[in-house]
Design a protein around this ligand. Sequence first.
Ligand code: AMP
Length: 380
Amino acid sequence: MAEPLAPGATIGIMGGGQLGRMLAIAAARLGYRTHVFTPEPGSPASLVAAETTVAPYDDRDALAWFAERVDVVTFEFENVGLDAFEVVEARVPIRPSRTVLATAQDRILEKSFLNSIGVPTTPWAPIRSRAEADAALGKVGLPAVLKTARFGYDGKGQAVVRAEAKIAPVLAALAPPDHAFPALIAEGFVPFAREISVIVARDAAGRRTAFDLVENRHRQGILDLSIAPARAEPATEQAARHAAFAIAEAFALEGLICIEFFVTGPGEVLANEIAPRPHNSGHWTIEACAVSQFEQQIRAIAGLPLGDPARYADALMKNLIGADIEALPALLATPGLIPHHYGKTETRAGRKMGHVTRLYPRGELPDEAGIAAAFRPALG
Ligand code: AMP
C-alpha cells in the first residue's frame, strides 16, 4: 500500500469473536473505525465496533454491502469459506491475503507448504478417503493423531490413536460412515518437551518484527496458560524465529501470523499450526509490550510503521474458560491481576470467556510452584 490508511478510515473485520474485539479496540486507539461481519448478533467484537453486519458468511449480497463500506478487510477467524472472500476481494484489499488464509484453513495444504519451504513438521500423511487410512497410518506409525483437515480448532476434530484396534472407531468418529468423507490428516504423535509459539508481523515493504517466544500449556486441547518469555535455549529461539520469518516471507505476508511449534530438543522445533491473525498465546502483549499483537496487526494492514515488539515485563496469561469467568470479582479484587472479560453473556463449557494476565519484572518469572499459584486463590 503506497499511502497509510488515514485516521477515520474503516477497517472491516471478518468474525465477531474476542480477537476481533481486541483488534477493534486497538484500531480505535489509532483513530480507525471498525465494521464487523459476523453471523452472531451481539458478538464480542460488534459490542465495541462502530458498525456490524450480521449475516451468514455465505450471504454474497451482505458481503458485497460490507466490502463497499470498508477500506481494508482483515479477519479474526479463519474458518470462513473462501467464496466469501472472493466477493470481498473483488471490492477491497484483504490483508493477509486469501492465499494465506486458504493455506491456514487446510492442514494438508499447510503442512505441504511448510515442508516446501524447509520448515520441519511432524511426520504426516493425508487421508482423503477411507482406503487411504491404513497406508497413512503405516507411514506415520502409532501412536498417531488423526485430525480433520479443515474446520478444526481448540482440539476439536482430532483424536489420538494408540493401538491398531482403535483405528476403525476413531475413523468412524471423525468421518461418520453415513456422510461424505472429510479429508483427514494423520500425524505421528510427537513426545514434545514443550509447546511454544511466536508471533511475527510483516508489512507490505517487507519489514518484519517478532514478539518474544512464548511457552503454551493446553488443557483438554484448549490453551490454558501462556508463559512469556518461553524458557528456551537460544538455539530453539533462533530456530523458531527463523522458521516464522521464512513463513511470513514466503507468503509475502501483510499482517500478523502466529506459528505454534513443538520443541523436541535444543534447537529442534516442529511447526504444528499457523494462524494468520492475532492469537490467544499473544494476549500478554497487551500489557507487557508497548505495542500489542492487536495494534501490530492494525499497523501492518493499515500501512503504518510497525511498532517495537520489545517486552517490558515477563508475563503469565491464563484463559478464563466456561465457569472460570465466575472468578472475575475475585480476580478484580486481587492486586496485580489484569482480567479481561470478552462481553459474552452466555457461559458454556469450553467457551473462552476472558483471560487474566499477571506481570513480573523482567527475569523474575516464578518457578513451577509459583506459576501454579499465580492466580490463586481467585482461580483454583
Ligand atoms: P492442534 O489443533 O493441531 O493445535 O492440536 C491441539 C493440541 O493437541 C496441540 O497443542 C498439542 O498439545 C496436541 N497435539 C496436536 N498434534 C499433536 C501431535 N502430532 N503430537 C502430539 N501432540 C499433538
